[in-house]
Design a protein around this ligand. Structure first.
Ligand SMILES: C[S@@+](CC[C@H](N)C(=O)[O-])C[C@H]1O[C@@H](n2cnc3c(N)ncnc32)[C@H](O)[C@@H]1O
Length: 259
């Protein structure tokens, strides 16, 4: 697998940090996935592809509903975490190691493609969307859940980008709902809904530890927070609570259908 620099940074970062993404991580709460599922009609069982599965919270949830799930990720240690969690929960999933930008599957092989809290690492969101459209059968579904920023909030977006990039240098880019919608529509995925909901970042120190942020980058992030522009303070409700630095991330849930 030949990787570009962005993919390589993500692979190294998540290989090192795979043990931080287990049951105690906030991603173990899949209520965002269950809420989205109310709007999606699937055959039983459905063929589900979970791209950049991490520790597998999303893919394993679909397996627990009786679907045939393929969990994929760039980082082999993450797939080890999925294997352990699947064993613990008595679930079966297929696991494949590959990038989100190029899939080793035939056209029209899946009923649903999901990717949750990962596409902001992808070096080419466009290749990811093109591949998603290719492997979905006509009428198949795409569920994207990812950190995002409101449309037309450039200053706030720039600030959050700097925060994320310093906290975890494998971060690539947050896209707005409008940008994801354009990509989907360009590649034959008809967007059914695209909603931003906020989710609390509960403690900056925990957030640093999850990514093993270097001391120098922690200093830069604290400085960015101390000097946050008003637009960022308002957009992300940046605050101090019980001695902890917290904010609210906009999280996008986008549901699209293959035409
Ligand atoms: C935060 S975790 C994903 C969380 C998971 N989807 C869930 O629902 O709990 C991000 C994952 O994206 C993977 N990743 C990052 N860039 C990738 C890429 N270009 N292709 C495939 N996987 C990638 C990382 O290896 C990591 O496991």
């Amino acid at each position: 697998m030949k990787l570009d620099a962005v993919q390589q940074a993500a692979q190294e970062q998540f290989a090192r940090q795979s043990r931080n993404y287990g049951r105690s991580h906030i991603l173990a709460d899949v209520s965002d996935v269950t809420a989205a599922l109310e709007k999606i009609t699937l055959p039983q069982p459905a063929r589900v592809l979970d791209v950049a599965t991490g520790a597998g919270h999303t893919g394993l949830h679909f397996a627990s509903l009786g679907h045939e799930v393929t969990c994929t990720d760039l980082a082999a240690p993450m797939l080890d975490r999925v294997r352990e969690a699947a064993q613990e929960r008595g679930l079966t999933v297929e696991m494949r190691q590959h990038a989100a930008e190029e899939f080793p599957y035939a056209a029209a092989s899946f009923d649903l493609v999901t990717s949750r809290i990962a596409p902001h690492h992808f070096s080419s969101p466009e290749s990811f969307i093109r591949e998603t459209a290719r492997v979905l059968r006509p009428g198949g579904w795409f569920l994207l859940i990812d950190g995002s920023v409101p449309d037309d909030e450039e200053e706030a977006e720039q600030w959050l980008h700097q925060i994320e990039k310093h906290r975890d240098p494998s971060h690539h880019r947050l896209l707005t709902p409008r940008a994801w919608t354009r990509l989907c529509e360009t590649h034959g995925l008809r967007v059914q809904s695209a909603e931003l909901r906020t989710l609390k970042q509960p403690d900056l120190e925990w957030y640093f530890d999850t990514a093993a942020t270097s001391p120098e980058n922690r200093r830069i992030v604290r400085d960015l927070i101390a000097h946050a522009p008003a637009a960022a303070r308002a957009a992300f409700r940046l605050a101090e609570e019980d001695g902890k630095t917290v904010w609210w991330w906009p999280r996008l849930t986008l549901i699209a259908k293959r035409s």
